[in-house]
Design a protein. Structure first.
Length: 424
């Protein structure tokens, strides 16, 4: 197969798959496949609820068709799988979406077809977990009848500067020829070039350590914040001073959620433990970051107590629910840890987020965000996400939402130090 012979399908049209399908769909025929009829119906009328693509971008993908039908995949010979790879309640990798997507592809797999995975996994997952599923349900033999590639996604939800075409892409293939073909395919849309890894496992490992490294750096800064808070030192001021050194990394403390940073390390540690190695530093960083929601609430409760605000029954506003600013993505948001902890104290918690769909919040976390907070209602306000709307409000307007003795906790350094009662 040559690049010109590829008939492409993208399996899964979420935050990762849709931008990819749209870019390919500008110049080559692409079938965009998703199991959600609602998602397909929305895209057909030019509506992307993830906000990763605009209506104009969707219209520019003239060669992209959307489908939930297996029949529409039968003429394709190259399948890019971009489904989620979450963790379960016990922090273990949940490969269910990946396995089901592999079963779907296997039903239409033909000799000489190629399956490329973009979903974040542990090293070895493509060949050890996905390939057997493809073989079982297709009756074909790996690297004889069909081939695989791996090119990890690097989508940053809500980021309008770093898009799929402007982020360097790691590519790989199960044979040298397939590796070249996969690399050539992605170079059709990646304007900044690609990096061809020596093997699928190398590409898988590269992806999983990218976010593990960020997770550990944030864990270090979170621990520094815990220390400096005990010493009465403003963490942001310390980081600003340290940041004047040319090689100091500009990480900030906070909640670590989202589809990558708070998840990917568990894929690596799962595999490490499976081969008999117990990772200490990675898991220590995860424990610290996963505990930040509880720490925030403990600090808030102390501050409320000092102001003689009764915690039991207190009315509290949490501003922001998405896992990051200016983005509707709720996946693995750790703001829910704050909400749960406050409710354990029997607080009455309102969650306000102008970016988040009420239906999505109800579906994901059984939370119903309010439409608009009312002034003078709250004993405490937690500024949890740095949405542009919250920045525009400023300290005065935010404080108007609270009572006269309200405690204002700024987790994201949206306000100046003197404008908030608490900061990380």
């Amino acid at each position: 197969m040559q690049s010109k012979d590829i008939k492409l399908a993208v399996i899964g049209l979420g935050y990762v798959g849709l931008p990819l399908a749209v870019e390919f769909g500008r110049n080559r025929s692409v079938v965009g496949f998703d199991i959600s009829q609602q998602r397909i119906s929305e895209l057909k009328v030019g509506n992307d609820t993830t906000l990763e693509t605009t209506r104009d971008e969707l219209e520019a993908a003239r060669h992209l068709v959307y489908s939930t039908s297996l029949e529409d995949l039968r003429d394709c010979n190259c399948f890019i799988v971009t489904v989620p790879t979450p963790i379960d309640e016990y922090k273990r990798p949940d490969l269910t979406p990946l396995i089901k997507a592999s079963e779907t592809v296997a039903k239409v797999l033909k000799p000489q077809d190629i399956v490329i995975y973009e979903s974040t996994v542990y090293p070895g997952c493509t060949e050890e977990d996905c390939v057997p599923v493809l073989e079982k349900h297709s009756g074909l033999k790996f690297n004889r009848d069909f081939f695989c590639g791996y090119s990890p996604e690097r989508i940053n939800p809500g980021d309008k500067d770093h898009r799929v075409t402007t982020i360097k892409k790691v590519t790989s293939g199960s044979t040298p020829h397939v590796a070249d073909l996969v690399d050539s395919l992605y170079n059709e849309i990646i304007t900044v070039g690609t990096h061809k890894a020596g093997s699928i496992k190398v590409a898988e490992a590269a992806k999983v350590i990218e976010n593990t490294q960020r997770d550990l750096n944030i864990a270090l800064v979170n621990e520094l914040a815990l220390i400096f808070n005990r010493m009465g030192i403003d963490t942001e001021a310390v980081l600003a001073a340290a940041g004047t050194k040319w090689n100091f990394l500009p990480f900030r403390p906070g909640l670590v959620g989202g589809h990558c940073i708070g998840v990917d390390p568990y894929y690596l540690t799962h595999k490490a433990q499976a081969i008999g190695y117990h990772p200490e530093i990675i898991l220590a960083g995860r424990r610290l970051n996963d505990g930040m929601g509880g720490y925030v609430v403990s600090q808030l409760v102390k501050a409320m107590t000092k102001k003689r605000i009764q915690v039991d029954g207190a009315k509290i506003l949490v501003m922001g629910l998405a896992f990051k600013e200016n983005c509707p993505d709720l996946r693995n948001t750790r703001v829910v840890d704050i909400v749960k902890e406050l409710r354990d104290y029997n607080c009455d918690v309102d969650v306000y987020d102008p970016w988040v769909s009420i239906g999505s919040a109800q579906h994901e976390y059984e939370l119903t965000p309010i439409d608009t907070p009312r002034s003078g209602q709250y004993d405490a306000i937690v500024l949890a996400v740095a949405h542009q709307q919250f920045k525009a409000m400023g300290a005065t307007e935010i404080r108007r939402l609270g009572k006269e003795t309200c405690v204002l906790y700024d987790l994201k350094y949206v306000l100046n130090a003197q404008e908030a009662d608490l900061r990380l």
